[in-house]
Design a protein around this ligand. Structure first.
Ligand code: HEM
Length: 420
């Protein structure tokens, strides 16, 4: 592999010894193993479920389950406002969080930050960054010997945060601290004060990095955001800080969970694992099916900006509207035999990346990272399989879902990166 020439690849120097699990608290996910029978019942019997207000003066709120109605809500940002997400996430992410913006503010902001995620940049990240991060983590597993690993702790929890550290072009000596802030921000819902503290510290740190990059830009996301200009408009510092703080939970947490879910799905459906291992061109459809079958995030929310209807149901202005991405992805009206994990099913877009104006900005990055990760694991850890003596690995959670551990065995591995 050619030696790195850009700042992006400085992540290769990252100290890999810190335990990123330190301080991570996943209690927010809860221990529900299978919410899907309940979601199926709700989708059938109460497709738009009114939740009674808990106190006088509280606005009504609705839960929405069928694919058609969930996509209607997400598509129509004029009727279903995202501003409620600014209230929820603002304290941690800042007031300029793209997820909580409505049009026209959202369109302008998305056009500006979106340039940093264009196809050309993605290709640069794949070769210069993602493959190196993945190879280094697999090197550590291989170097330990013994033919076993715990893939969440050793791999899936680590690689997306490292990719983001690399995308931001952070120097090696700052990496351990960044990883700790990331863990605290990701766990903010279960440990609020710690998450807020981390968010403030991270903003302080990023303001110093941003000031440096404004003077001497490199080939990294912070520099891209600092110089991006569209029709004479640029992002101000607060907008950049909000965006940078959002992509930790939006980019790292979702990808760590979804890659764990896909690995679990394949490791427990060994005929499909064998098929994908033998023919890597099946990886993209396996990734989409994994996301449909077990999305890492089950819900998102809006507020009705005016009186409206969802199917035959009246929804008054001001009502909260929470959509179940999990129920929509298993709607039998769209996916035959929806509870079956089947990488060979007829492709039909799932809703795990959302839909409409706020559809995930990082979805191509997430897909690419997951493809590189699984391709590399299958090549370098031959005969990868669940450890039958492992401690009952399973996916759990009601809002966020993923396995907490994936104990695996493999044959004595091929040594150099990518089998060299
Ligand atoms: C499998 C991984 C991922 C999943 C399942 C996922 C899911 C989602 C969903 C459901 C939304 C829309 C939420 C809503 O409409 O309320 C969203 C938005 C977003 N995602 Fe992702 N995401 C993933 C990876 C990433 C990555 C890797 C990044 C960037 C590094 C990212 C950045 C964003 C951003 C910036 C938005 C806001 C877009 C906007 O408001 O216009 N995501 N994501």
């Amino acid at each position: 592999m050619a030696e790195p020439t850009s700042k992006l690849t400085r992540v290769s120097d990252i100290a890999l010894d810190d335990d990123p699990f330190e301080g991570f608290d996943d209690s927010i996910a809860g221990d529900v193993r299978d919410p899907y029978p309940g979601l199926a019942e709700a989708r059938r019997d109460t497709p738009v479920l009114l939740q009674e207000p808990e106190f006088d003066g509280q606005a009504a709120s609705f839960l929405v389950f069928p694919f058609e109605l969930v996509s209607q809500v997400l598509r129509d940002g004029e009727t279903f406002s995202s501003a409620v997400l600014r209230d929820v996430m603002g304290p941690v992410m800042g007031d300029h969080i793209i997820l909580g913006m409505d049009e026209p503010e959202h369109r302008r902001h998305r056009a500006l930050v979106g340039t940093a995620f264009r196809q050309k940049v993605l290709a640069r990240w794949e070769i210069g960054l993602v493959q190196r991060v993945v190879d280094e983590l697999v090197d550590r597993i291989v170097a330990r010997g013994g033919g076993s690993a715990e893939l969440v702790r050793d791999f899936t929890f680590r690689f997306p945060v490292q990719v983001i550290a690399g995308v931001l072009g952070l120097p090696r000596q700052d990496y351990a601290q960044f990883q700790k802030w990331a863990s605290a921000i990701i766990s903010v819902n279960s440990q609020w004060d710690r998450g807020i503290e981390a968010s403030v510290a991270l903003k302080d740190y990023l303001s110093r990095v941003l000031a440096e990059r404004r003077v001497s830009p490199g080939e990294d996301l912070i520099s891209d955001l600092a110089v991006t200009e569209l029709d004479g408009e640029m992002l101000d510092d607060e907008e950049i800080f909000s965006f940078l703080r959002l992509i930790l939970p939006a980019g790292a947490e979702t990808t760590f969970r979804s890659s764990g879910n896909l690995l679990y799905a394949l490791l427990t459906h060994t005929d499909q694992l064998d098929a994908v291992r033998a023919d890597r061109s099946l990886l993209p459809q396996a990734i989409e099916e994994g996301l449909r079958w077990e999305p890492p995030l089950l819900l998102t929310t809006r507020v009705a900006a005016k009186d409206t209807m969802l199917g035959p149901f009246d929804v008054p202005a001001g009502a909260g509207v929470t959509v179940s991405l999990g129920a929509a992805n298993r709607d039998p009206a769209r996916y035959p035999d929806p509870d079956r994990f089947d990488v060979f099913r007829d492709p039909k877009q799932h809703i795990s990346f959302g839909y409409g104006p706020h559809m995930c900005l990082g979805m191509h990055l997430a897909r690419m990272e997951t493809r590189v990760a699984l391709d590399t694991l299958f090549t370098r850890l031959p005969d990868l399989r669940l450890d039958p003596t492992g401690d009952d690995p399973h996916i759990h959670g009601e809002i966020f879902r993923s396995p907490t551990s994936l104990p695996v065995l493999f044959l004595p591995p091929v040594t150099g990166p990518r089998g060299r």
